[in-house]
Design a protein around this ligand. Sequence first.
Ligand code: SAM
Ligand code: SF4
Length: 324
Amino acid sequence: MSLQDSFGRKFSYLRLSVTDACNFRCQYCLPNGFKPNGPSNFLSLDEITNLVQTFARLGTRKIRLTGGEPTLRRDLVSIIRAIRSIDGIEHVALSTNGFSLAARAAEFADAGLSSVNVSADSLDPARFAERTGQDVLPSVLLGVDTALSLGLKVKLNAVLMREKFAEELLAFQDFVKTRPVSVRFIELMPTHDNSSFFESQHMRASELRASLIANGWSMRERTKDSGPAFEYAHPSFEGRIGMIAPYAPSFCDNCNRLRVTSRGGLRLCLFGDEDYPIRSFLQSSDDSARFEEHLRSVLMSKKASHYLQSGHLGNNRSFSVMGG
Ligand code: SAM
Ligand code: SF4
């Protein structure tokens, strides 16, 4: 029987953080860079394998590897390969800042990676450097084209920011003119660590929607795989532009995702108040029946909404801790 919460929502998608470490300093995420907090005792390959085997038995079909920056894990290729070979897992996705994608996309594809989401918050090299602390936009974009040429499904994630929004929107439209890529603007979300940045840069996804419609883009019909994103298409553009609007009233209604932190904390919601420790269940595959029972019981605490609209931030210092 699949994993289900008390509102009847079923969970087929797991976002698994494999490290907290990151080599970028995105202004809204890790503005002062990554500072290690205790030993780097991230889940091992064996623990990850045990974890995913149990989730797959309970109906998980898609795993997203995230972080921190997941490509900093030396054994990332082995992790992708191990997860891909687990019965029931149909899709292994990666979220990355793209700094090493051009060099490594081929080994990721060879290990069985299905798709990659690359973060690029600006298509202007100087602004990209200012927003991420790394002056590497050309090599990130080379990574995108390399991944496309290898047949990987590619999406570009850009956090929606007020500064130079109109200029960025034009540049991203231009980018998808001839590329089969979906650019997804993520509405900036507040965390305990980014309040002043949030105040100055937050803009509603509804403003983006209005600009797209004014420029001739129209909303695509949503499918069961759409997740929380709304996508827009235009007859003159090969790619799509989408948006993730966490403040939209029905955002949580069809939630199908759970999160596990890099040290084995189960997080029921991005803005959840606590992580439920599950690492002790991952030491041996013999514990999977007890683990299953534990997961089912913890899931009953999942709330109906993130309550972001009422200013609830939960235990959320930075998305780098649980992978966004
Ligand atoms: N390092 C990888 C990357 O940047 O893609 C994976 C981890 S990162 C935390 C995952 C996604 O979360 C990125 O697309 C990032 O832009 C987004 N993100 C981080 N903090 C955010 C915030 N406060 N609001 C909205 N999106 C955020
Ligand atoms: Fe690192 Fe990703 Fe956070 Fe940027 S958004 S600082 S790349 S974890």
